[in-house]
Design a protein around this ligand. Structure first.
Ligand code: NDP
Length: 313
């Protein structure tokens, strides 16, 4: 059997990053996690890194301000997965990855790079609205740098993180489901795709040694999790044994409210608009040059929306 690749996770203490570390270890990869000098005395991060070490990961000291340290870290492994922040209401550092791309180019040994994507496919968002298009534009800048450098890649388009979208019944600004009321986007019938963050990590790690995903985009579309907001609400109503009161917000009202928010909020709301009103995640077929994760890896028992939502009971 082929050797499993050695993996470096960058951004390993993050919301998705910590799940990538766990999945990499669980799938038997020798796993390295970048320990950035800048985290200093952030006790939560340091404790998390130590817990990774206890679980068998190697910690590698490095910094985005120290090119040589990144090159040395990359030279230790076959695959780099970056999960650096890209949500404006938390932090958005997507372009810092250009430094990582430079380091990977210089190291010259990498078999695969998975940049921090894990959302809507930015290549399909050339007509996205301001200001949220910055996320897609920045991710495309990183893609171009990767491809110009000839670095082998896989782009993971993970659709909606379940924690944000299911937790809030698809309403921006909410991450716990109400037992009383929900506001629907228009008629609430536009389909989106919800994926448990641990499953995103599992599928991402599965893809790294797979020749079928080399230089391709992998969309994660678990068939049972392609649902409209109304269908998500119905699942929740069944779980709590009660119907919610429903109101609705039109696309024009949504956009008007969006314009009154601060910049970071507007970026997030733009993304919700494209997903919930335009159906940008489901309005295309997966074509040549791309793959679908649950088809490639049918052995993964992914978490269904209903299973995921039970945690909120
Ligand atoms: P986080 O906000 O949790 O941050 C991840 C890590 O980024 C941090 O733990 C840190 O890593 C690193 N980081 C943050 N700031 C800096 C900095 N200044 N310099 C260097 N490293 C820094 O990220 P998420 O997990 O929320 O996002 C990861 C990816 O997932 C992004 O591409 C994002 O766009 C996408 N995403 C998609 C969603 C969806 O619904 N599809 C929802 C949320 C995110 P460390 O300290 O360990 O080095």
């Amino acid at each position: 059997m082929a050797m499993k690749s050695k993996v470096l996770i960058v951004g390993g203490t993050g919301y998705l990053g910590k799940r990538l570390v766990k999945a990499s270890l669980a799938q038997g990869h020798e796993t390295y996690v970048l320990h950035r000098n800048e985290i200093g005395v952030d006790i939560e991060k340091v404790q998390m890194l130590l817990s990774f070490k206890q679980q068998g990961a190697h910690l590698v000291a490095g910094s985005f301000n120290d090119h040589g340290s990144l090159v040395n870290a990359v030279k230790l492994v076959d695959v780099v997965i970056c999960a650096i922040s890209g949500v404006h209401i938390r932090s958005h550092q997507i372009l810092l990855q250009l430094k990582l791309v430079d380091a990977i180019k210089e190291a010259g040994n990498l078999k695969r790079f998975l940049p921090s994507e894990f959302g809507t496919d930015p290549a399909r968002m050339e007509n996205a609205m301001e200001p949220g298009r910055v996320t897609f534009d920045d991710k495309m800048v990183v893609r171009r740098a990767i491809e110009e450098a000839g670095i082998p890649f896989t782009y993971v388009s993970a659709n909606c993180f379940a924690g944000y979208f299911l937790g809030g019944l698809c309403q921006p600004g909410f991450i716990l489901p109400s037992r009383e009321h929900v506001c629907l986007h228009g008629d609430g019938n536009q389909k989106a795709i919800y994926v448990d963050e641990d499953d995103i990590a599992t599928y991402s790690i599965k893809s790294i040694d797979d020749p079928r995903t080399l230089n391709k985009t992998v969309y994660i579309r678990p068939p049972k999790n392609i649902l409209s907001q109304r269908e998500v609400v119905q699942i929740w109503e069944k779980l709590i044994g009660k119907e919610l009161r429903k109101s609705s917000i039109s696309d024009q009202e949504f956009l008007a409210i969006m314009k009154e928010q601060d910049y970071a909020e507007q970026v997030g709301l733009t993304h919700y608009y494209h997903v919930c009103y335009e159906g940008c995640l489901t309005n295309f077929e997966i074509g040549d040059g791309a793959e679908e994760a649950s088809t490639l890896y049918p052995e993964v028992q992914y978490t269904t929306v209903e299973e995921y939502m039970k945690r909120y009971l």
